[in-house]
Write a protein that binds this ligand. Structure first.
Ligand SMILES: N[C@@H](CCC(=O)N[C@@H](CS)C(=O)NCC(=O)O)C(=O)O
Length: 209
């Protein structure tokens, strides 16, 4: 059983869950690795991730930090189905998208926007609307970049589901719930069909809640 340290609402924890589900590997999510409790931001957490981030996984004796490293490790250890393309050029393109997704796209959609809604910093414990509206151009630009990339494709790398999709979809799934002045994804965006395509994958409906 693979242990995933973190909370189920985290987009990056969900990405790792989606990879485990694709690989038909049993996993558990919570503040423990194996039998050992690891409270958030505790010394034990810092011992397995020097910046106290989630997810961290334990697979047998091995502990792996950082979502991209975890996903690549799982894809190598459990090769079926393959979640990275073959060919040097295709791999380079896939690596570039994985990198953009876990850096710029995550920063724009999650850190600059959705995290404010999940953990509000405004008066009376409400989301800080001024901050959200000031930041909104950044997630909107990230959504536009994704729409341009997906035009004419089923997945980020063409017709193969890859790690890039499993890194991206939890962010888009959270973002797609936003309405009215917070809305990021228009009702007619191809992103909705893309999310549905991923929803049809093993375990996805139980992970993307
Ligand atoms: N570079 C890390 C970033 C992970 C990350 O930002 N995780 C968020 C949850 S999605 C987190 O740990 N948030 C808690 C915090 O920053 O204190 C990775 O790729 O795994």
């Amino acid at each position: 059983m693979i242990s995933i340290l973190g909370i189920q609402q985290s987009n990056f924890v969900r990405s790792v869950e989606l990879v485990c589900a694709q690989k038909q590997q049993a996993y558990q999510v919570g503040w423990q690795l194996g039998d050992k409790a690891i409270p958030f931001r505790s010394d034990e957490h810092l011992a397995v991730h020097p910046f106290a981030k989630m997810p961290v996984i334990q697979d047998g004796e091995l502990i792996v930090q950082e979502t991209l490293a975890i996903c690549r490790y799982l894809d190598a250890k459990y090769p079926v189905p393959a979640l990275q393309p073959e060919g040097i050029e295709q791999q380079a393109e896939h690596d570039a998208w994985c990198s953009m997704i876990v850096t710029q796209i995550d920063q724009a959609i999650m850190r600059k926007y959705l995290v404010e809604l999940a953990f509000p910093t405004g008066p009376d414990g409400k989301p800080n609307k001024e901050k959200l509206m000031k930041n909104k151009p950044q997630p909107l630009r990230a959504v536009e970049v994704v729409e341009q990339r997906l035009a004419g494709k089923d997945y980020i790398c063409g017709d193969q589901l890859t790690l890039a999709d499993l890194l991206l979809v939890p962010m888009l799934h959270h973002a797609a719930k936003l309405k009215y002045d917070l809305q990021l994804i228009s009702d007619d965006s191809l992103i909705h069909d893309y999310i549905e395509r991923i929803m049809a994958q093993p375990g996805a409906k139980d992970i993307l809640l």
